[in-house]
Ligand binder design. Sequence first.
Ligand SMILES: *[C@@H]1O[C@H](CO)[C@@H](O)[C@H](O)[C@H]1NC(C)=O
Ligand SMILES: *[C@@H]1O[C@H](CO)[C@@H](O)[C@H](O)[C@H]1NC(C)=O
Ligand SMILES: *[C@@H]1O[C@H](CO)[C@@H](O)[C@H](O)[C@H]1NC(C)=O
Ligand SMILES: *[C@@H]1O[C@H](CO)[C@@H](O)[C@H](O)[C@H]1NC(C)=O
Length: 413
Amino acid sequence: MASDRRMRLMSLRICLLVYVHTSFPSWALAPYQGPKPPWNYKGYNSFPAFYFGANESGLENSSWLPFVAQHQVAGWGWQQNFHSVGQDRWHYSQQEVSLAQMASRMATYMEVTPASPQKRLQALFVYRHLEVAEWYFTTSATAFHDPGNRDMFLHDKNGHICWDNFDNTGPYWNFSSPRVTEWFLNEVAAEIVREANVQAVFFDETDYLYCGGTAGNCSADVHTGAEGLAQYRAKLQLLRSLALKLNAANVWPIYSSYNGYSDLPWRDCVMPFDEYYTALQDVGWIRFYEYGIGATSPSPAWDSQATLAQALRESELGLPVMIRAQPHGAGATLPLGLFLLAQNDFWYLGISTGWLDENWQWWSEYEKLYGHPLGPAELKSDGWHRSFQRCQVFVSKDLSTAKITLTDGVFII
Ligand SMILES: *[C@@H]1O[C@H](CO)[C@@H](O)[C@H](O)[C@H]1NC(C)=O
Ligand SMILES: *[C@@H]1O[C@H](CO)[C@@H](O)[C@H](O)[C@H]1NC(C)=O
Ligand SMILES: *[C@@H]1O[C@H](CO)[C@@H](O)[C@H](O)[C@H]1NC(C)=O
Ligand SMILES: *[C@@H]1O[C@H](CO)[C@@H](O)[C@H](O)[C@H]1NC(C)=O
């Protein structure tokens, strides 16, 4: 009897311990409370694939549009029409117009062609850079062509402006300059909200410089240490103001970041993602991963994948996320399996070998129906498991293989 009671007390205590542990996690970040994007999430009824290509020679032709329309979200990168707009850096090249034209062409296709189950597109996005004032965007070029704006860009100790010498696309903004925030709100965001047919904007490299990147022809001291910290902090306030301004016009920013939570480091950033997340915890935005979420440990490589643990944390907090991943070998199953472990509302996946049209394909896995997740992913002795209404997802412990078992008996390996 006594031992029985002790057993009951013990199991009660274990329950309490488990309860305390799950309700007061050590990382203690508030759940994401931003508004939902202005479209309904349909990613449990058909696969939430996104498209992020570009045609360097011009508008995508009429046979390409049905392919793009299969995705729930689609947009175009800086390479769009680049052979025309990217000719001469001293001229004003209106990349904004190229991207807006492509979005309008796609929106028109959606409107004038008959509805079909293959037409799943709900949101279109355009591209902007958020680190380099790229010379083929008019709103950035007008900033740096004006010598009176030199203080808006990073410079070395001799006053020489730092240029991106990776592809020579422009000088680096100095986000510690309050005039840069004004420029982004009054010029960049104001221009975007005037565009028709755009529901989202992809902002490239919100923190590449502050997470181990290089500032072109300048040395690291311009964007590391206290200098980098001040710029990154100022930039987070800009991301917040930008989101508020765009949200008011029903446009959702997609922020590409290389940062991880303090206990889940990914790259060597000047400060952890906790501050980034907290600054944006109550505004509408989508976090973007450029190189997938398959890593088990941090890596400083510029194209390193984020850790799965980081994505699982964001899923638990309820943050919307878009993941662009490389195929594994020739297959989509591993990036798909990793995505399914973390999928939550407003999570999207794009699997491609690059950023041009020909690098994207419609994977057969996108045609399968996985349904709603029945709980979070669980780590067992052999690896990660997650149950869905219509499948079981398994990813090995070292994240190198995945198996998705559809409950109707069809296997994808
Ligand atoms: C890309 O643009 C060129 C020039 O307009 C066109 O000939 C080609 O068909 C386009 N490619 C795709 C995939 O739309
Ligand atoms: C569209 O572009 C693709 C890729 O270049 C090409 O295969 C296809 O024939 C083009 N279609 C039209 C209608 O031009
Ligand atoms: C960035 O701007 C701040 C504020 O104007 C200035 O103090 C700082 O020197 C600038 N940093 C660089 C690297 O240009
Ligand atoms: C970097 O390159 C740009 C463009 O070529 C040049 O104007 C600038 O002075 C250079 N900056 C440094 C720090 O060398």
